[in-house]
Design a protein around this ligand. Structure first.
Ligand code: UDP
Length: 466
């Protein structure tokens, strides 16, 4: 355990249990910082696997590690659903989370434990808390739209109405109950090798919410007001209040105690390089921490970037290309892009997006990347790969209209054209303007009396009332 801090001003303690993957760990750790800044004592209960480093968090946070990890054979697979199920199974079998919660509950002299806040994918932690009579609140790290979508009752409706299973002929059909989504944006459990797994995940997502005393969403009112209203309606009669507290990465300022959540070393040389580029000229390219592209797609990306002629900063993280640890760049690529292209393994992404030289973000539309881009007013070139990325990209393109969607087989000529559209052409002017407008709305949500700050106040009151 590290930290512990002084006595919290609100006289209560919460324990937070993240899913140990970058896109899930970061929002939970930012939430930990925000609750701590509001006067709650906070303990982060995490796996030894992908453990956060206490040094990078406010001194008052306490960290407790449990040895549960993903079995090595499962860690090697590229299937995220398999990993999540294996982690939960390991946690249930070992009882380590339950034991850790029991000793936190029994700790003498510590403020009383009010609840467990858990990542929606770590249902094992919720079960352990329930066994000990500890209330739970679920953190949804994706959008409100995806929170509505990934539920078993929504999927029952999608099947009943004939949208799913998807067929070649209905892929472009609008899902009129869930605008702006189309059938091709939906996760289709029937396409998984083991259909039962898809249903299991959806059932769990529904159950974790139903069994919670509240749902915390990493989104903000001005972005998803309609979706939040629908969620409010859906959950109200079950007595489960939703709290739209996002974007969590900007909820507190660094003056409140800095939080650095990156699991990989960030290559900061890219900031100096960006300093040498013209304002708004650089396309930042990154597909987050987990998705893969094929060797062919990688080549089309590379030559699309090279042929376009625009400056770019490209994150080619280890493992990005399916089955390859460290991907080589194609012959002749670096000389073709000399002076206007930089390739790194991992970026200080938020700083990159905030840099005046960056004018566009080619992204897979992971929810954190999307929020980080919106926060900086950077328009997006969307290339979603799976799961929640597809609906998010549809919202970016059709609802918020702050990006261009790159669909179908990835081909260098199309890449070249899409970048030109986003960075240079008339269509890009409107998209860029809307991205700047949305940025202003977001900033207002984060101000003292903004909707997200109010939601955190309500969340803290709710926690104290449990
Ligand atoms: N990220 C980063 N450096 C990089 C690429 C990504 O720090 O070079 C961070 C990014 O800022 C974001 C997270 O990794 O917070 C990725 O989360 P997201 O939800 O976008 O995608 P995921 O990795 O879960 O697919």
């Amino acid at each position: 355990m590290a930290g512990g801090g002084g006595r919290p001003s609100r006289g209560a303690r919460v324990v937070l249990c993240p899913l140990p993957f970058q896109g899930h760990l970061s929002p939970m750790l930012h939430l930990a910082g925000a609750l701590h800044a509001r006067g709650l004592a906070v303990t982060v209960l995490h796996t030894a696997f992908n453990a956060p480093d206490p040094v990078h968090h406010p001194a008052g946070l306490a960290f407790v590690a449990v040895p549960d990890a993903i079995p090595e054979a499962v860690a090697a697979t590229t299937n995220g659903i398999t990993k999540i199920l294996a982690l939960n199974a390991a946690m249930e079998a070992s009882g380590h989370v339950r034991d850790a919660l029991a000793s936190l509950l029994a700790e003498e002299g510590a403020p009383p434990l009010a609840c467990l806040i858990f990542d929606s994918s770590v249902s094992a932690a919720q079960n352990a808390a329930a066994g000990l009579g500890l209330p739970t609140l679920v953190l949804q790290t994706g959008s409100a739209a995806c929170f509505r979508l990934f539920r078993s009752d929504t999927y029952d409706m999608l099947h009943d109405k004939g949208y799913l299973p998807a067929t070649e002929s209905n892929l472009h059909m609008p899902v009129k109950e869930l605008p702006p989504l189309q059938v091709r944006d939906l996760f289709d459990p029937s396409k998984l090798p083991n259909k039962e797994i898809g249903h299991k995940i959806l059932n769990r997502a529904t159950e974790t919410t139903t069994k919670s005393s509240g749902a915390i969403l990493n989104t903000f009112e001005a972005l998803e007001s309609h979706e939040l209203e629908m969620i409010q309606d859906q959950l109200a009669h079950k007595g489960i209040p939703p709290f739209a507290v996002g974007p969590l990465h900007k909820l507190i300022t660094s003056n409140d105690g800095g939080t650095e959540t990156s699991l990989l070393n960030q290559d900061r040389s890219c900031i100096e390089w960006l300093d040498t580029q013209a304002p708004g000229s650089v396309l930042y390219v990154s597909f987050g921490s987990v998705v893969h592209v094929t060797q062919d797609e990688f080549m089309e990306m590379a030559w699309g970037l090279a042929n376009n002629g625009n400056p770019f900063l490209w994150v080619v993280r280890r493992g990005l290309v399916l089955g390859v640890d460290k991907q080589e760049l194609p012959d002749g690529f670096m000389s073709a892009v000399e002076g206007r292209g930089k390739v790194i393994e991992w970026a200080p992404q938020q700083e990159v997006l905030a840099h005046p030289a960056v004018g566009g973000f080619w992204t897979h539309n992971g929810w954190n990347s999307t929020l980080e881009s919106i926060y900086e007013g950077v328009p997006m070139l969307s290339r979603p790969i799976f799961g929640d990325q597809l609906p998010t990209a549809r919202y970016v393109h059709d609802t918020w209209k702050i990006g261009i969607l790159l669909e179908g087989v990835l081909e260098r000529g199309e890449v070249e054209k899409a970048i030109k559209k986003l960075m240079d052409e008339d269509e890009g002017v409107e998209i860029r303007k809307r991205a700047k407008d949305l940025k202003e709305k977001l900033r207002m949500c984060l101000e003292g009396s903004g909707s997200s700050q109010q939601a955190v106040d309500k969340l803290v009151d709710h926690i104290l009332s449990l």
